[in-house]
Design a binder for this molecule. Structure first.
Ligand code: EPZ
Length: 416
């Protein structure tokens, strides 16, 4: 199945269960290497990125099973291995194995990470931090090599609050010798979840959720179970889509709205009515989008991962809108595809002006990254007739089953 065929939707109605978070589970999986036995990770999304992470663990003789959204990881018989480029380039989060492997074996040989083509995506902050913790790092022919006698605590100011670098450096510090102070770290929900998980494994991290983390190195960590949180970006996709389509939907699995408050605020500004119920978020709208000026940013600002969906929704606004992208250089690849549906934009460096009141017509469009691909599916719901979104393997990297979810919301959509 390489294409999703989606038809115009007059309304969204029904209930959908929001899958577990991709960007939380990937660092948590990496962190299990720091433990000593079996861990059960609940609410694991059945997505391609998790599959690749399991294959990477298998290279190190780590046994995993994934059934009914429960991921079992047994690191009891883990042994050192080089991790090949053929696997590491399939996802960005392979880079998160750097620190746990160094902490466990004092050396690492890992192919460079891959991931969506949304900008340059350097890893200098990861490498600089590890070097400050007494690791000698080297990169040649797309392979990262590192060696250390012992990870040693340090004091470091991150030049940018990178999510991945913060995760790597936390994992390096938890069993390092002495204390580590990380200033200017990322505060995304994924960081908070990782810190809580590591503390449950026996780590000693203070300042969780703030931009300064104080990490007291401990001798060892033990394995521990974890229940994954909902995916705030998947939830946000449907929440924002509701702004442009008359809706009466319930999103289940959103246990705590803290992590998605920023998206709820934007959806509300666009004209969506969001009510927090006991078990779900109840979302109602008339499908009339209010225009606005938006920008993405580091948490708690509006997430860059929802930029593409927001662009799609704003094509239906009553007037022109603008969005500024503050994180990645190459997040606007969706514009060319949306132009094929009849949308119109003016792009000026990191800011795009989106022409409102646009009537979209179904056409063939092509996914080129995960979030852009999901946004194209939403664009299909807003387009007259039929839209075919091709190259959908990108979407499968992070959405468990976007077709199932949107069918649950009463739309006419299928794999072809
Ligand atoms: C994480 O990527 C997420 N991925 C991304 O989601 C998300 O868009 C991003 O954080 C921002 O929220 C995962 O969690 C797996 P960063 P990450 O390091 O960690 C620059 C999705 O679709 N930078 O915070 O790679 C970088 O170039 C994905 O689920 C450096 O300059 O993001 C970028 O401009 C896409 N040097 C900015 O920082 C470094 O060493 C943010 O990157 C590291 C990053």
């Amino acid at each position: 199945m390489k294409t999703i065929c989606v038809k115009n939707a007059e309304k969204l109605q029904g209930n959908v269960w929001i899958q577990g978070s991709k960007n939380t589970i990937l660092p948590v999986i990496a962190a299990t290497l720091l433990g000593d036995g079996i861990s059960y990770i609940h609410n694991c999304p059945m997505i391609e990125d998790v599959e690749v992470m399991r294959q990477l663990l298998a290279c190190m003789n780590v046994t995993t099973t994934l059934e009914n959204h429960v991921l079992m990881i047994d690191v009891s018989h883990a042994r050192y291995a080089k991790l090949p480029c053929e696997l590491t380039t399939k996802l960005r989060s392979s880079v998160l194995l750097l620190a746990p492997i160094l902490a466990k074996w004092g050396r690492v040989e890992l192919g460079v990470p891959g991931g969506c083509n949304i900008g340059l995506r350097p890893i200098d902050i990861h490498l600089k931090g590890l070097e400050k913790m007494q690791v000698t790092m080297h990169e040649e022919n797309c392979v990262l090599t590192g060696e250390t006698k012992r990870l040693v605590g340090t004091v470091m100011q991150l030049r940018f609050p990178s999510v991945g670098a913060t995760e790597n450096l936390i994992m390096a510090a938890v069993t390092a010798h002495g204390n580590t102070i990380l200033r200017g770290v990322a505060k995304e929900p994924e960081i908070v979840e990782l810190c809580n998980y590591l503390n449950a494994m026996g780590a000693h991290i203070e300042g969780v959720g703030t931009d300064v983390l104080i990490i007291h190195g401990v001798v060892s960590l033990h394995s521990c179970d974890y229940c994954n949180v909902y995916d705030r970006i998947v939830a946000g996709t449907y929440l924002l889509a509701a702004a442009a389509i008359k809706s009466d939907i319930r999103l289940y699995g959103i246990t705590d709205i803290t992590y998605i408050k920023n998206v709820i605020k934007t959806a509300t500004d666009l004209g969506v009515n969001v009510i927090k119920m006991d078990q779900c978020l109840w979302i109602r709208s008339y499908g009339q989008v209010r225009e606005g000026d938006f920008k993405t940013g580091i948490y708690p600002n509006f997430p860059t991962d929802l930029l593409s969906v927001l662009i799609v929704v704003l094509t239906q606004a009553d007037k022109n809108s603008t969005i500024k992208e503050m994180i990645f250089e190459n997040r606007f690849s969706i514009l060319t595809e949306l132009e094929k549906l009849g949308a119109s934009f003016v792009l000026d460096k990191e800011q795009v002006l989106i022409k409102g009141m646009c009537s979209l017509d179904g056409n063939d469009v092509c996914a080129t990254d995960l979030r852009q691909g999901a946004a194209l599916v939403i664009a299909g719901l807003l387009s007259r007739g039929e839209t075919n979104v091709k190259n959908i393997s990108y979407i499968a990297r992070g959405y468990e089953d976007i077709v199932r979810d949107l069918k649950d919301l009463g739309t006419d959509i299928e794999y072809v």
